[in-house]
Design a protein around this ligand. Structure first.
Ligand code: ADP
Ligand code: MG
Length: 945
């Protein structure tokens, strides 16, 4: 900071010319310090001067003497310098002539040797520093044309730094002092010419209006370009443009000088942060802004190169040039007037009279720190201009400004900051929204899935509950029925047992009676034989007698002859004697004959009686036989019904009889308790009887004309066929042929029923199965099944076919003969026992078929599929009793083991069924088979997924 001789102290007058800031702006009438001041709102205090003076706000005025130029020198010594400088006392002596000399004191006096650097440091540097602190500032050159205003202020000195004028140095100073991160510096370069403001950086812009803020009174030129600068190169570039554009009218005095006023406005904006306790911001503002407000110091530096201050006539202008000079002087005159008014503390300052005074309103009597360089030439030729110039400077020194710090909330930074925060928050919000959206989508998806599975689960549960309830109801009703039936059956059983006991007693009695009858018959026979012998004897005797009588007759005739002869020969006495004898013999004979006749007739009548007795005994025996047969039938019927009841009543007491390769079931085999024992005893009895009667005789009865006999015979055969030992024998002895013939020819439903039962029992035997099939048994059974609706018949037919299903060698034939179709057809009955047999048959079939296929003996899809068994199984697997369900499930699982059935299983919706069995079936074997099928068959796996 150059002090040199120091700025001379002057009167200290404070004027508060600038209006108070409003809104976020605050003004401080404080003195600038070399460094940032501590803010003291709304307080005006004298700023320490460079020299420590208290009147720091006075306009500082320095005078600069231009070295003599060629023109000055040309005038010689007569016109030697009229100016004498006394730099040590900061005085200037102006010699009017050799006698009159006036001395003036200035804040600084620069001789012709003063360097540009020193001029800058003394005149401009304090102002620039003040501007850097946030105060407005003005540096202005005033003087006659050609005295060095432009040299002092506007010299670029691009190549020679020592030549640089105040503009370049001030910008250089500012650029080096500010922070590019937080501060900004920009310039406008204008010229005022003929009361028109023109943009020197964009000369197209002319007549730029001067706008005064109604609130703050601040002057701005909104039409002018404001170019932000970053470095000195840019400064040079812009100033060169400005210089080139500066309108310079030639004058007689100095062709290089301009008649326009050049005004460089440096806009400086620096950031500042002030803590709350120090802040003078209004409470309202504090409510809105955070503690650590981004504040900004906005200041302006005006560097003005005025047009020449000489009078018009002296400038020699003409025509419009005169007009021009008038305007030039208008502004300058107006400036002079204002300075005068200010210097004299006049209440009215005519700042509005010209554009220059409006632009410089803050520089004189305003809030800016102002320095003025008054340039003079040495030549006495221009004494009066020099004198008036000096006087201008002297008056200007009296002008006191009230400098104020202008601090504003940095809305821009604040805005940017807030905007950045808003952006961050927005992007964060968007991110969160996106996350939320994603989360929502995922949750929605999960919800949907859960809903789906919940729905499925609910559906499945509902179905299961329904099924279970149905099953429960069925079971309950079945249990009830069973209980009721059981009770009834118990009663009946008791009754039957009693009946059986009675019947057995009866049978025993009958047997006893029969035995008695037999012995009686024997006795009768013996008696008859004896009688016959006797009769023979008698007949023989009779014949003997007859022969005797004929011999007697012969003797008699001889005797008669002899008598006649005697009569004739006088042997009358002899004759008489002989006659007597004859008469006697005849009488004897006659009596003998008579007695014989009587005897014979007695014997005959006796024989007749015996015959009668024999006949009645035979009839009795016959009746007893029939009665006994009836009783046996009754026993069998009772046994069947008891066995059926027992089967339903208890599973433990009912079992499948394994026969051949499949699951067998004897149609007439009872396996339960007392009845079984009773019946086996009974059957033993019957067997014994039939052993006596002989199987061929029983089988012969199958062909009896008498229907009852036929029925009884079939029943007996069926009963015998329930025993393993009889099964083959019955077939061997032609029983099967007779039974099949009955199936074919009989129209009687009872015959059909019992015959089917007999065939079913025979079909338990493995070797019989082939014979039955070969003899067309399956076809005949199917035929019966199609004709009847009687559940018992259907049950027995189904049982027979089911037994045949257990032989894999017969499968093809069974299918061909319509056995499968017939089996499935019997489903129409809806009778649980019929369906149980059907399910058993299907299970037999599927199991054997699966075995054959797994052993590689056969290939291709199941024979069951074509006849619709698979479809039926899938649709009905859970509809029936547990044992039936188990058969169906097992059959289905066996089919699922065969890969050739895959397509049909999938098409029939069997996957779901397979899954159900694998999870829900109460039977381990079914579950394992289902799992095995699902795991081993890729097509099933795909379907499941
Ligand atoms: P004005 O702008 O006041 O009309 P100029 O600045 O154009 O005057 O100066 C006129 C001439 O005098 C220019 O050639 C300039 O170089 C020269 N001159 C002015 N002041 C000085 C100085 N202090 N030292 C050297 N040359 C100067
Ligand atoms: Mg000039």
């Amino acid at each position: 900071m150059a002090t040199g001789g120091g700025w001379a102290p002057a009167r200290s007058v404070e004027r508060h010319g600038a209006p108070r800031g409003g809104g976020g702006t605050r003004s401080k009438s404080v003195a600038p310090c070399p460094r940032r001041p501590s803010p003291s709102p709304a307080r005006s205090r004298p700023a320490p001067d460079n020299g420590g003076s208290a009147d720091s706000c006075r306009v500082r005025v320095a005078i600069r003497l231009r070295p003599k130029n060629s023109e000055d020198l040309a005038y010689g010594s007569d016109f030697d310098s009229c100016v004498e400088l006394q730099p040590e006392s900061k005085r200037l002596k102006l010699k009017k002539n050799n006698w009159i000399c006036e001395s003036y004191k200035f804040d600084e006096v620069f001789s012709e040797n003063a360097s540009q650097k020193r001029v800058y440091e003394v005149v401009a540097k304090p102002v620039v520093e003040s501007v850097l602190e946030g105060y407005n500032g003005t540096v202005m050159a005033y003087g006659q044309t050609g005295t060095g205003k432009t040299y002092t202020v506007g010299r670029l000195g691009k190549d020679d730094p020592s030549e640089r004028g105040i503009m370049v140095r001030a910008l250089e100073h500012i650029l080096s002092s500010m922070s590019f991160e937080t501060d900004r510096v920009a310039i406008s370069y204008l010229q005022l010419y003929l009361e028109s403001v023109q943009d020197l950086l964009d000369p197209e812009k002319t007549n730029i209006p001067i706008v005064e803020d109604a609130k703050t009174g601040e002057i701005s030129l909104p039409g002018a370009s404001i170019v932000e600068i970053k470095d000195l190169e840019h400064v040079f570039h812009l100033l060169q443009i400005g210089e080139a554009n500066r309108h310079a009218a030639n004058t007689k005095m100095n062709t290089e000088s301009s008649r326009s006023h050049a005004i460089l406005i440096i806009h400086l904006q620096r950031s500042s942060r002030i803590k709350e306790e120090n802040s003078s911001l209004s409470n309202d503002t504090h409510d809105i802004f955070p503690d650590d407000l981004p504040l900004v110091l906005k200041s302006k530096l005006l560097i003005v190169d005025l047009a020449g201050s000489e009078r018009i006539d002296k400038s020699g202008s003409e025509g419009h040039m005169i007009e021009e000079a008038k305007f030039i002087n208008l502004s300058l005159t107006s400036l002079g007037k204002c300075i005068n008014a200010l210097a004299e503390n006049s209440p009215h300052i005519p700042t509005r009279d010209s554009k220059l005074t409006r632009i410089l309103r803050d520089s004189f009597g305003g809030t800016a720190r102002t320095s003025l360089v008054v340039t003079i030439g040495p030549s006495s030729r221009h004494y009066s201009e020099t004198s008036s110039t000096i006087m201008f400077g002297q008056r200007a020194m009296k002008v006191v400004n009230t400098i104020k710090l202008k601090e504003e909330v940095d809305y821009e930074t604040l805005y940017k900051k807030v905007e950045r925060e808003v952006d961050q928050l927005t992007s964060e919000m968007e991110r969160q929204q996106k996350l939320m959206k994603n989360e929502k989508m995922q949750l929605d998806k999960k919800l949907k899935e859960s809903e789906g599975s919940f729905h499925d689960l609910r559906m499945t549960s509902n179905i299961r509950i329904e099924n279970l309830e149905k099953e429960k109801c069925q079971l309950e009703s079945a249990v009830k029925t069973l209980m009721r039936d059981l009770e009834e059956e118990r009663g009946q059983n008791n009754l039957l047992s009693e009946q059986i006991a009675e019947l057995e007693k009866l049978v025993n009695e009958n047997k006893q009676q029969q035995l008695e009858n037999l012995s009686r018959m024997k006795i009768f026979t013996d008696t008859t034989k004896e009688h016959e012998k006797e009769m023979e004897e008698l007949l023989r005797q009779l014949q003997e007698e007859r022969r005797c009588s004929s011999s007697l007759k012969d003797r008699m005739s001889v005797l008669q002859q002899e008598l006649c002869d005697a009569q004739s020969s006088t042997q009358e006495s002899m004759a008489h004697e002989l006659e007597k004898k004859l008469t006697k013999v005849t009488e004897e004979f006659t009596s003998q004959v008579q007695s014989l006749k009587e005897k014979i007739s007695e014997l005959i009548s006796e024989k007749e009686v015996i015959y009668e007795e024999l006949k009645s005994t035979q009839e009795k025996v016959q009746q007893e036989m029939l009665h006994r047969q009836g009783l046996e039938d009754q026993i069998l019927r009772l046994k069947w019904s008891t066995s059926d009841i027992c089967a339903e009543e208890s599973k433990t007491s009912y079992g499948m009889v394994r026969s051949g390769s499949g699951l067998g079931n004897a149609a007439f085999v009872s396996k339960s308790g007392k009845i079984r024992e009773a019946l086996s005893g009974q059957r033993g009895t019957i067997s014994k009887i039939f052993e006596e009667v002989g199987l061929p005789n029983v089988l012969a009865l199958l062909k009896s004309e008498d229907l009852d006999v036929q029925i009884h015979a079939v029943k007996v055969v069926a009963n015998l066929a329930a025993e393993d030992i009889n099964q083959e024998r019955i077939v061997e002895e032609g029983g099967l042929d007779a039974l099949l013939s009955l199936l074919e020819t009989s129209e009687n439903t009872t015959i059909h029923r019992v015959t089917a039962g007999a065939v079913a029992n025979l079909a338990m035997n493995g070797s019989n199965q082939g014979v039955i099939m070969n003899k067309g048994g399956a076809r005949l059974l199917a035929n019966v099944a199609s004709k009847t609706e009687d559940p018992q018949t259907l049950r027995l037919v189904a049982g027979a076919i089911a037994n045949l299903c257990g032989n894999e060698k017969l499968h093809l034939m069974l299918k061909r003969d319509g056995g499968i179709k017939a089996l499935l057809g019997m489903v129409r009955s809806g009778h649980a026992e019929v369906i149980a047999q059907i399910a058993r048959g299907i299970a037999n079939f599927a199991k054997c078929e699966s075995r054959v296929i797994s052993q590689g003996h056969r290939k291709g899809r199941s024979l069951l599929i074509e006849d619709g068994v698979l479809t039926w199984m899938v649709a009905n697997s859970t509809r029936f009793s547990h044992s039936t369900t188990r058969h169906i499930e097992l059959a289905f699982c066996h089919l699922a083991q065969n890969e050739d059935n895959t397509c049909d299983i999938i098409a029939s919706g069997g996957i779901k069924e397979l899954l159900r069995i694998s999870r829900e079936s109460p039977r381990d074997d079914a579950r394992n088979l289902a799992k095995m099928a699902l795991d081993s068959n890729p097509a099933f796996l795909r379907e499941v997924q």
